[in-house]
Write a new protein. Sequence first.
Length: 264
Amino acid sequence: MLIPGYSDLSLARAGAMTHFHPGPSRCARFRLAADASPLFPYLNAVLDHALYREKPECVQFPFEGAFCTLYPEEAVAAPFAGLQEAAAFVGRLLRFLNDLHRRRSSLRPVYRRFRPLPVFDLYKLLPQSNCRRCGLQSCLAFAAALSRGGASPGQCPDFAAPLYCQAVYPVRDRQNRLVSTLAIDLGHDQPPPERGPAETPAGLTRRETQVLRLLAGGATNVEIAEELAISPNTIKIHVTHIFDKLGVGDRTRAAVWAARHHLL
Ligand code: SF4
């Protein structure tokens, strides 16, 4: 057994990791009783969506409905409703890691690291007009968000057309927890949908479209308010109007609607 236990489990308010998770949720942090880094190349080998990062050294991966970041001697994971749910998750995670350690001789480790896209290379692809139609303050802010995975190229109407299109949908269990994602290919030659001020699907205003994009990316009302430099109360009103126009009752369904209409 590589990791005999854990300590110092605590919960804090979750931020960007609460994608598609309705209601209150928390981020769990805990210390590992042993160095988990020997397992990182094996996690990279067996998990489809693992990101093995160099600085700081960690592996990020979805596991049983949560998103986990494993550092050599500690880990964070989200989202959880409370401490009990988080503790049960940590127990299952450690069993998985120890089982992986037991099986490692039959696996081929993968040492390839995930490297974020360079911000300035992305910036060079943009018109640099700072028109803010993407919902961000500037082209540079948009390039930075793209680089860390916090924005999608489709948010900028002037970004080059993709060579290949894919839509990703959240898959949830009966308790409404995110368990997986489903990727559907939309074809090699399909041009991206036309977007711009004239197009307002479901009658959304330009501002409501901006709010929906950020909401679908997992931002809270307060985070959206900070991003768009308007008050949280105004965002609350926009969200109510968005739900009415889309005919949905929660943020998850609004996010799925946004994915289906290529707004992400
Ligand atoms: S919409 Fe495109 S051009 Fe306009 S600010 Fe955003 S990234 Fe720059």
